[in-house]
Structure formats: structure tokens, C-alpha cells
Design a protein around this ligand. Structure first.
Ligand code: KG4
Ligand code: ZN
Length: 348
């Protein structure tokens, strides 16, 4: 049998992503982002995102088909993000996917956004090694997962107990007067800063936290510490050393994330770490993760930045894997689920 041709639709946040894959081969990855419309609010406005998805959906699908050189009729299955994400935004993708599946008479898979973030690595580095540990860090999530089978067995090891990692980057950027989304700007500013300039707190990293929060993370204390530090400097009439604050903040985030990810690998006897989500684009995270994985003989897989942020290719990649392994498709009546648990890879 030839590899399945799958169209993936992603609308869980502010990116309308349409991806087309054949097996593990990426044929098209078209993304229309509404990020500019949210910038002045300093965060994603759900209603604005939903409307932007509606406008972008048809043209983005058409662009993806044209890039891939396929007709909608050729597609073997439709995959769509069923959750987690913004309810209204998810609904646009799910309704569009259902309409396509119904009109084309093709199966539909309502998939988990987090599992898709992990599976996308297959498009770049080949078949996922199972079990893997996956760390997903973005504006909406910070999760450590154990992945024995990406199509039906994903275990949540830990998550953030307050802000997501990307959210922390975005909020600290705001405090420093940098634009939204702040991650790339902090990353750039940190290149000219001293990561040891300020000793910011590492949340949930004391031995006493290990009993209940060994694989959880917390960034709200760090965010507050940065805000207080900046306020104090301003009150004292000192110029805020933006580069040093950015570098020291980034170092604290990267230190905690990589330590926890390595601990998750070692304690579960897993030799592969996959990192995904928008924050995986962070240059310092990539360097430190590689160093620490090398020290412990763990193989590290991070997709290129364009595949780490939200996109349709990741949804198509997971859809393709579900088809290849003969997993059940979703009923056409499945719902978008804004708080879909990571343990549920496909909506029934
Ligand atoms: O995965 P993503 O595109 O969307 C979701 O939030 O689901 O991730 C966006 C997040 C934003 O918070 C952004 O600031 C962060 O990823 N980000 C980064 C970098 N590039 C994007 N954070 C740190 N360093 C970066 N280079
Ligand atoms: Zn995401």
C-alpha cells in the first residue's frame, strides 16, 4: 500500500495551519497567523483569533493543495486539532474539517494538539523512537510527557502549575518593554547579556518539591522576581540592563526545563528526548538541552523552528501515523474539546 495522503488542520490558537503529508513526507505547510492583530493587546484575543481562522481557512487550504500539487479528492484522510486550545478557534477548524470529510467521503481524525507537537518530528528526523520523553513548551502549554505509543498511549509526567513557559517569556518581555510575542525578542536581547548577572529563582527545584512536583514547572515566581527587580532598578534611578535581565531570566527557564526533562528520561529509562512548541525555537534552550543530553547519553530531537510553532503539518503527521497503524477514526459527531487531556490522542 502507498503511504497515506493526509490533510491536517490546526486552529487551536492564533495560527490557521494547513499541512499535507504523504506518510512521513511533508508536501505542504501553509500557515496564516493573526498574531499581528493581537500584538496591541499583549496576548491572543480569542474572538479575534476565531474570526481570523474563518477568513483564512479556505484560502490557506487552497494554497496548501497548490503547494503540494494535490487535489482535495486525492486526500485519504482529514486530521484536525480537536483540543486542547481556545474553544471558538478550535470550532472553526473542526467544523471545516467535518465539512471536508463529509463532502469528500473521507475519514476524519480529531487529534490532540500536544501529541501532534510530538509527532511532527517524524517529518524531519524519521520515525519517532518509542518510548520517548517529550517536552512541549509554548505560549499555551508546558508539559513533560512519556510516549510509549504516540497513537494511543501518552502519559502526562508533569506540567506547569501556573504560567506556560512561552507565557512567561511574553510577560517578562512586556516588563522589559519588548514587543509581543516576547520569546524571540528575549532570545535576541539575551545574546548580548550576561546569564549570570542576576540569580533569578528556579521554581519547583528544591528537594522538598520533588515529592509532589518532580516533573512540574512553575514560572510565576520567576516572572514576579523579574518584575520586582526591574521596578527596584527604576526606583533607584538606574538604567535597566535589558540584555542582562533577559539573559538571566532565560537562563533560569532553560536550566529548569532541561534539568526536569533529563530527569524524566533517566528516571523512566528512556534514551530519546523530543522538544517541541514555540519555545523550542529558543537558541539557549537548544544549546543547553544538547549539552545535557550529551552528558547523559540521551539522543535529542528538536524539529526546525517552523515545525515547533503551531502548524498544520504536525496535525497531518499524527493523522498519517494513525492511518498507518490502523487506529479508529473519529465519529463525525465528535466535539472540539478545549481541555482535551493529553492521554486522549484521538477523539472517539
Ligand atoms: O507553539 P506556539 O507558536 O503557540 C502556542 O503558544 O501554542 O508558541 C508561541 C510561544 C510564544 O509565547 C513565544 O514567545 C514563544 O513561543 N517563542 C519563544 C521563541 N520563539 C517563540 N520563546 C523563547 N525563545 C524563542 N526564540
Ligand atoms: Zn501548540
Amino acid at each position: 500500500m502507498t503511504e497515506p495522503l493526509v490533510l491536517g488542520i490546526e486552529t487551536s490558537c492564533d495560527e490557521t495551519g494547513i499541512g499535507i503529508v504523504r506518510g512521513n513526507t511533508l508536501l505542504a505547510d501553509e500557515v496564516a497567523s493573526s498574531v499581528d492583530q493581537h500584538a496591541r493587546f499583549g496576548g491572543v484575543v480569542p474572538e479575534v483569533a476565531s474570526r481570523a481562522h474563518l477568513e483564512a481557512m479556505v484560502p490557506t487550504i487552497e494554497r496548501a493543495c497548490s503547494t503540494a500539487g494535490v487535489k482535495l479528492d486525492d486526500v485519504d484522510a482529514i486530521a484536525v486539532t480537536a483540543g486542547p486550545g481556545l474553544a471558538g478557534a478550535l470550532l472553526v477548524g473542526v467544523a471545516s474539517a467535518k465539512a471536508l470529510a463529509l463532502a469528500l467521503g473521507k475519514p476524519i481524525y480529531g487529534v490532540n494538539h500536544l501529541a501532534a507537537h510530538v509527532c511532527v518530528d517524524q517529518l524531519e528526523h524519521g520515525q519517532l523512537i518509542e518510548p520517548s520523553v517529550a517536552m512541549l513548551v509554548s505560549g499555551g502549554h508546558s508539559s513533560l510527557l512519556l510516549v510509549p505509543d504516540i497513537t494511543r498511549d501518552v502519559v502526562a509526567l508533569g506540567q506547569t502549575i501556573d504560567d506556560a513557559a512561552g507565557e512567561a517569556f511574553d510577560k517578562v518581555a512586556r516588563v522589559l518593554g519588548l514587543p509581543f510575542p516576547g520569546g524571540p525578542y528575549i532570545d535576541a536581547a539575551a545574546r548580548d547579556g550576561n546569564p549570570q548577572a542576576i540569580d533569578f529563582p528556579r521554581g519547583l527545584s528544591n528537594p522538598k518539591d520533588f515529592a509532589n512536583h518532580r516533573f512540574d514547572v512553575s514560572f510565576s515566581g520567576l516572572k514576579t522576581a523579574v518584575a520586582r527587580w526591574v521596578e527596584r532598578e527604576q526606583r533607584a534611578g538606574n538604567a535597566v540592563m535589558v540584555n542582562d535581565v533577559a539573559a538571566s531570566f532565560q537562563e533560569a527557564v532553560v536550566d529548569v526545563l532541561t534539568r526536569k526533562a533529563i530527569d524524566a528520561c533517566l528516571s523512566n529509562d528512556v534514551g530519546t528526548l523530543v522538544i517541541g512548541g514555540g519555545v523550542a525555537a529558543n537558541s539557549r534552550l537548544r544549546v543547553v538541552a544538547q549539552q545535557r543530553c550529551d552528558e547523559h547519553g540521551i539522543s535529542l530531537r528538536i524539529p526546525r523552528p517552523g515545525l515547533c510553532t503551531d502548524n498544520g503539518a504536525m496535525v497531518a503527521a499524527l493523522g498519517s501515523e494513525l492511518v498507518r497503524r490502523g487506529r479508529d477514526e473519529s465519529q463525525l459527531s465528535f466535539s472540539a474539546d478545549s481541555s482535551m487531556l493529553v492521554t486522549q490522542v484521538v477523539a472517539p
